[in-house]
Design a protein around this ligand. Structure first.
Ligand code: KG4
Ligand code: ZN
Length: 357
């Protein structure tokens, strides 16, 4: 069986074909980054227009690359939310048309669930089998949460009370002169810096909550960058500037420190309240591509005897393979919908799919 995935929730137009064992047969991504870069962030109107222009060619290439054709597709999966409403509508309308016209079932997918299951996708071959229970930490441009997945049901264990981790990478990076999205540049430059040079406080809540809060870190970083005159003249050679490299390394370290602190708190809670502990932890979302975070999460898991599942880098940032894969999980549980009733929604908590009323 072949599953066609369609993703248009933000600034990546993507289509993918996977089979019922989760083997990725094609995954085409048309990135709009260059179009948004002059504005330092995603411009919703531009995103919608770009999706309109690129969706059909992207779909065609995904079918070609996988050696199949539309008529041979068995199930269509599409991101229904959360995301930019105008962007989501392009993918949802196309998927509805295809589903209705071809008479194929349509599975609306929650974008967050795409990320949550993505650590199980492999670069080649069938997907790693999903255990009955696992945790996934999703850190992206729009979300930062740990999820507990039990037999396919998703529970959110914490959330960010303000900015998402990726958002902070991008905003702080932009302040010092790095292009959008700044996360990958910070990652590269940080490898050449001293992470102990600048100190950042760890965000704490009075109630000892395991929630994330990155906005204090953002303000501290921006203040420090202003005081220390941290400024990038050329992003491509910024690693040679000691101050910039030390700043990136210290700031990236501080984000990782908070993530590990919250994971530790959540883990202690699980230990205190449950007899059976989850055996696997996944790391997903755009920030999961960060090399330092990957190393640290792997180390944390190794210390506790948990199997770590780092999403492959190509499945960290937005892509349709993860949407097709989450759609496959839903379809196995009987989750298809009347295409006329699937609705795009800009807000949608993980685990929830809302039908049009
Ligand atoms: O998952 P994603 O593609 O989009 C959302 O669903 O939000 O994540 C994009 C985010 C951006 O903020 C980008 O700066 C960040 O992921 N990112 C990184 C790295 N690669 C992408 N952040 C830190 N280190 C990286 N290597
Ligand atoms: Zn995403």
């Amino acid at each position: 069986m072949d599953f066609l995935g369609i993703e248009t929730s933000c600034d990546e137009t993507s289509a993918s074909v996977i089979d019922e064992r989760g083997e990725v047969r094609s995954n085409v991504i048309a990135s709009q980054i260059a179009r948004h870069q002059p504005f330092g962030g995603v411009v919703p109107e531009i995103a919608s227009r770009e999706h309109l222009e690129h969706l059909m060619p992207t779909l065609r290439r995904a079918l070609e690359d996988s050696g199949t054709c539309l008529e041979a597709i068995d199930v269509i999966a599409v991101t229904a939310g959360p995301g930019l409403i105008g962007a989501l509508l392009v993918g949802v309308a196309a998927a509805q048309g295809l589903s209705y016209g071809l008479g194929k079932p349509l599975v609306p997918v929650n974008h967050l669930e795409g990320h949550i299951f993505s650590p199980y996708l492999r670069l080649s071959g069938e997907a790693t089998p999903l255990p009955p229970r696992f945790l996934t930490l999703v850190v992206s441009g729009g979300h930062s949460s740990v999820y507990d997945v039990r037999n396919g049901d998703v529970w959110m264990l914490n959330r960010t009370r303000d900015d998402a981790a990726g958002e902070v990478f991008d905003k702080v990076g932009k302040f010092v002169g790095l292009p959008y999205p700044a996360g990958p540049h910070v990652d590269r430059i940080a490898r050449h810096g001293d992470a102990t040079r600048f100190r950042f406080p760890l965000a704490q809540f009075k109630d000892d909550s395991p929630d994330f809060s990155f906005s204090g870190l953002k303000s501290t970083a921006i203040r420090l960058a202003r005081e220390q005159r941290i400024a990038v003249s050329d992003p491509e050679t910024a690693e040679n500037d000691r101050d910039v490299a030390d700043f990136c390394a210290s700031f990236q370290r501080a984000i990782g420190d908070q993530i590990l602190d919250r994971l530790e708190r959540l883990w202690r809670r699980v230990e205190e309240t449950e007899d059976e502990l989850p055996g696997e932890l996944g790391l997903a979302g755009g920030v999961a591509a960060n090399s330092s975070l990957r190393e640290r999460i792997a180390g944390w898991c190794a210390q506790r005897g948990i199997t770590v599942r780092l999403a492959e880098r190509r499945y960290c940032t937005d892509n349709a393979a993860m949407i097709a894969f989450a759609g496959l999980q839903k379809w196995k549980r009987g989750g298809t919908h009347d295409p006329r009733r699937v609705a795009a929604r800009s807000r949608m908590p993980a685990g929830v799919i809302t039908e049009a009323s």
